[in-house]
Ligand binder design. Structure first.
Ligand SMILES: Cc1cc2nc3c(=O)[nH]c(=O)nc-3n(C[C@H](O)[C@H](O)[C@H](O)COP(=O)(O)OP(=O)(O)OC[C@H]3O[C@@H](n4cnc5c(N)ncnc54)[C@H](O)[C@@H]3O)c2cc1C
Length: 338
C-alpha cells in the first residue's frame, strides 16, 4: 500500500525529518519491482530505506518514493570449511550477527552492535574494531529500478572502500538479498586497540561469541543507548590523506594517531583532532551536539531539526578546514538529496 506524506522521523535513528511524498514497504523482489515501476510511471525518484541509521532526513522531507526494505529470512549453505549466510536485505544486522554466533561462525563478530539492516550495511561497507563487511561479502542480489531486472553483484564487482561500495555509484540498484561467507575455524581479529586492551586485561577473546560480547560492551560506553538521544553514529569519515600531508600534520600536532593504508595513503583520527586540536567535545548548536563520550558522533535532543544538525556539521567542517586545511567528508547521508 502506498502512503502519502508519511513523516519519516520515526524511521530513522536521528528521529528527525519531514515526510516522504510517497512511502511503500516492500517484502519481496516482486514488491520492489512494483515499487520501482510506480516510481517510473509517476516520474518520481526512488530512495531505498533500511534501518535509517546512517541518514539525516531534511526537515522538508523527501520528494520521491521512499521504499522501506523489509525483505526477511536468513538461510545457510555449507561448503566444507566455510558457510554462506544468505539474508533478506531488510533483516536487522544484529539478527544476522546473532544467527552467525548461534552457529559458532567467525567473520562478523567484530561488527556486533551496529544498527541498521544487512542491505544498508553492505551499501555502506560497515566497519568496526578492525573489520569491514567486505571481508566476508560473497554477493548481493539486486533489482535494477530503471527496468525492474534482477541481477547478481559479486565480490569482484562490489568495489568496496572505506564506508563505500559500488552500490553508492549505482543508486538504481536495490539490494534484495546479501550473501556472506563465514568460517567455523576463523581466527579472532584483535588488532584494534580496545580489543588488545581487553585481551591484555585477561578477558577471553577466543570465540566469536566472546568477541561480540566485548565489542557490544565497549560500544555501550561510546554510543548513546537506544531512545536516549537521536544519532546516526559517526557523522564524519576519518580523512585519508597523502603521506606528505600527514607528515606535516604530525609535526604540527604531535601525537596525532595515523593509520597507513595499503595504497600508500594514510588515515588520520578525526576524533583526536576534534578533541585535542579543536577541543570541540560537547560543542553544540540548538539541540545538536558533538557527543561528549565520542567526538565523531553527533547527537540530537528530542525536537532538534535537521537544519540544526546540518549547521553544527558545517561549523565543524569549517573549523577543521581552518585548522588543518583539509575538507572532511560526511559519513551520514542527507536522505533524498540526490
Ligand atoms: C549508534 C550508531 C552506531 C553506529 N556504528 C557504526 C559502526 O561502528 N560502523 C559503521 O560502519 N556504521 C555505524 N553506524 C552507521 C549505520 O548503522 C550503518 O551505516 C548501517 O549499516 C546503515 O544501515 P541502514 O539499514 O540503517 O541504512 P539506512 O540508513 O536506511 O540507509 C543508508 C544508505 O543505504 C541505502 N540503502 C539501504 N538499504 C538499501 C538497499 N536494500 N538497497 C539499496 N540501498 C540501500 C539508503 O538509500 C542510504 O543511501 C552506526 C549508527 C548508529 C546510529
Amino acid at each position: 500500500m502506498i502512503k502519502k506524506n508519511l513523516p519519516l522521523a520515526s524511521f530513522t535513528t536521528f528521529h528527525i525529518g519531514g515526510p516522504a511524498h510517497s512511502f511503500i514497504e516492500v517484502f519481496s523482489e516482486k514488491d520492489v519491482q512494483e515499487a520501482s515501476s510506480y516510481a517510473r510511471s509517476n516520474k518520481l525518484k526512488l530512495f531505498p530505506l533500511g534501518g535509517g541509521s546512517n541518514i539525516l532526513v531534511p526537515d522538508a522531507g523527501v520528494d520521491g518514493v521512499v521504499v522501506r526494505i523489509a525483505l526477511s529470512g536468513i538461510e545457510f549453505s555449507d561448503h566444507g570449511d566455510s558457510t554462506v549466510l544468505i539474508a533478506g536485505a531488510g533483516v536487522p544486522w544484529e539478527e544476522v550477527v546473532e544467527a552467525a554466533l548461534a552457529r559458532d561462525l567467525f567473520g562478523i563478530e567484530n561488527l556486533a552492535g551496529i544498527p541498521g539492516t544487512v542491505g544498508g550495511a553492505t551499501v555502506q561497507n560497515i566497519g568496526a574494531y578492525g573489520v569491514e563487511l567486505e571481508k566476508v561479502f560473497e554477493y548481493a542480489d539486486v533489482i535494477d529500478a530503471t527496468n525492474g531486472e534482477p541481477k547478481r553483484i559479486t565480490r569482484n564487482e562490489a568495489k568496496f572502500g572505506y564506508r563505500t561500495s559500488y552500490f553508492k555509484e549505482r543508486r538504481e540498484l536495490i539490494l534484495t538479498r546479501v550473501a556472506l561467507r563465514l568460517t567455523k575455524d576463523g581466527m579472532p581479529h584483535l588488532t584494534y586497540p580496545d580489543l588488545l586492551k581487553a585481551s591484555a586485561s585477561g578477558k577471553s577473546l577466543k570465540t566469536p561469541q566472546e568477541i561480540a560480547q566485548i565489542v557490544r560492551s565497549i560500544r555501550a560506553e561510546k554510543f548513546p543507548q537506544r531512545g536516549e538521544l537521536g544519532t546516526a553514529g559517526s557523522f564524519f569519515k576519518n580523512p585519508i590523506l597523502s603521506k606528505e600531508l600527514v607528515l606535516s600534520l604530525e609535526k604540527r600536532f604531535p601525537g596525532l594517531p595515523v593509520f597507513p593504508q595499503s595504497n600508500g595513503s594514510v588515515k588520520i583520527s578525526l576524533a583526536w583532532v576534534l578533541d585535542h586540536v579543536l577541543s570541540l567535545k560537547g560543542f553544540s548548536i540548538g539541540g545538536a551536539e558533538l557527543y561528549k563520550k565520542h567526538s565523531l558522533v553527533l547527537v540530537a535532543e528530542e525536537g532538534t531539526t535537521a537544519a540544526e544538525v546540518d549547521t553544527l556539521a558545517r561549523a565543524i567542517e569549517n573549523k577543521i578546514f581552518d585548522a588543518l586545511g583539509i575538507k572532511i567528508e560526511r559519513e551520514v547521508e542527507t536522505f533524498g538529496a540526490r
